[in-house]
Ligand binder design. Sequence first.
Ligand code: HEC
Ligand code: HEC
Ligand code: HEC
Length: 155
Amino acid sequence: MHRIQILTISLAAVMVIGIGGWGVAEEAEDTLCIPMGAITLEAPDGVEVQRAEVEFPHSTHFNFNCKECHHTWDGESPILSCATAECHDLTQIPEGGFKSGEAVQYYKSAFHDACIGCHKEIKVRNKELEKSMASLKGELQRTGPTGCTGCHPKE
Ligand code: HEC
Ligand code: HEC
Ligand code: HEC
């Protein structure tokens, strides 16, 4: 009984601190709004698009570390858009091709490398597991689309 009382008191203390912290956080504008469900990813303005926009199921990916994709995030500051200046802000392949290290600045390469890259990696791992019969042990991991229309549905 005694132990339960102490637990209750300390929980109450945590709640007060929690609520206090919440109020302060709102004033200091350091709350993080996380888009749930799907985020529509589309080509930047000025690009003559060849494919339909992509419905990216954000929260389906929350088994991964946020920093797997938000790789410059420090865990506290606001999360930057992928198209932030000098990140993945190139909207087309420059005439004469990319200079060294520039390719990843091209938004399309950045998305394709990250999105298709991870889905493919899982597929390859699953193939190896299937060969080693690990599939019988239920170790195969679900993965996302690697074919074009899996992400860009036919319009
Ligand atoms: C598989 C990749 C991936 C993972 C994992 C991921 N996100 Fe995202 N997230 C995205 C993409 C892509 C966008 C859209 C960015 C854009 O529009 O430039 C986004 C957008 C956001 C935004 C809005 C940013 C803005 O521009 O306003 C927030 C906030 C965010 N994510 C938080 C999180 C948090 C927190 C986690 C971990 C729980 C997480 N994300 C995990 C890919 C991911
Ligand atoms: C780090 C690995 C990883 C990255 C990066 C990643 N994905 Fe995925 N994606 C997955 C996995 C794993 C699944 C399967 C999740 C499930 O079904 O539980 C998935 C599923 C999906 C699905 C299918 C969801 C469904 O309901 O069937 C789509 C569409 C998708 N991803 C799009 C994207 C796009 C677009 C990006 C880039 C912005 C991206 N993914 C980046 C791992 C990743
Ligand atoms: C895992 C998801 C995914 C797959 C698979 C995928 N893409 Fe994309 N692609 C994207 C994302 C995200 C963007 C950036 C948002 C946008 O521009 O729609 C993009 C952009 C593009 C663009 C530039 C924008 C445009 O419409 O002109 C082209 C072209 C493109 N993809 C073609 C393809 C082709 C061809 C394939 C198959 C070989 C393919 N994509 C497979 C996610 C994917």
